[in-house]
Design a protein around this ligand. Structure first.
Ligand SMILES: Cc1cc2nc3c(=O)[nH]c(=O)nc-3n(C[C@H](O)[C@H](O)[C@H](O)COP(=O)(O)OP(=O)(O)OC[C@H]3O[C@@H](n4cnc5c(N)ncnc54)[C@H](O)[C@@H]3O)c2cc1C
Length: 155
């Protein structure tokens, strides 16, 4: 069923955003890899800096839209842990034994400890897609909308 083929316990972090990424990084430095198998599952293949995404959405100036997406290649210290790009669609809690999460592709991953940090749903320009090409196109489309707009309403 899962990525728990050895005797180590799976510590699974769902979400690689502002909370999940530093949590996973910290755990990668503190968990004993002989006892724990750290797994971070996140929907985007890159870290999205949400505060910077406001400017990245409204203007192409300074290529800010490229700078707000960052690779995860330096996230886990000393290679301690595994990063999986995927969307968790459900989870099953089996009590003290932990449980498992299921990804959109059907893969199931067991956990002994689950850290859930999936963030929030946003609206309008901040419904940023998951893949890098879609994200680049998303920012370009919004640049064009702002460029053409006569008025902009801030809510
Ligand atoms: C426009 C804007 C400006 C902001 N400015 C500031 C600021 O100036 N200062 C400040 O402190 N905070 C600011 N914030 C808030 C800050 O960005 C958030 O508090 C922070 O990002 C929350 O972190 P998070 O990890 O909870 O969620 P997120 O950063 O949203 O991360 C959630 C992660 O979970 C992943 N995910 C979601 N669902 C699933 C799933 N089902 N399966 C797998 N992965 C999933 C997402 O892909 C994402 O990577 C701002 C937010 C916005 C939108």
């Amino acid at each position: 069923m899962s990525k728990s083929s050895d005797n180590r316990q799976n510590v699974v972090v769902v979400g690689g955003g502002g909370a999940g990424a530093p949590t996973a990084r910290h755990l990668s430095t503190t968990l004993d890899p002989t006892k724990y198998n750290l797994i971070i599952i996140t929907a985007r293949p890159y870290f999205l800096h949400l505060p910077g995404s406001i400017r990245a959405t409204v203007t192409p100036e300074g290529d800010f839209h490229e700078q707000v997406t960052m690779p995860y290649d330096k996230l886990l210290v000393n290679g301690n842990g595994t990063l999986i790009t995927g969307e968790v669609t459900s989870m099953a809690d089996e009590g003290e034994e932990g449980g498992y999460v299921t990804l959109a592709n059907g893969e199931q991953i067991r956990y002994a400890v689950l850290v859930l940090v999936p963030g929030s749903h946003w609206e309008g320009p901040l419904v940023i897609p998951t893949t890098k090409p879609e994200t680049s196109q998303w920012f370009r489309d919004w640049h064009a909308k702002f460029e053409k707009a006569d008025d902009i309403l801030l809510q």
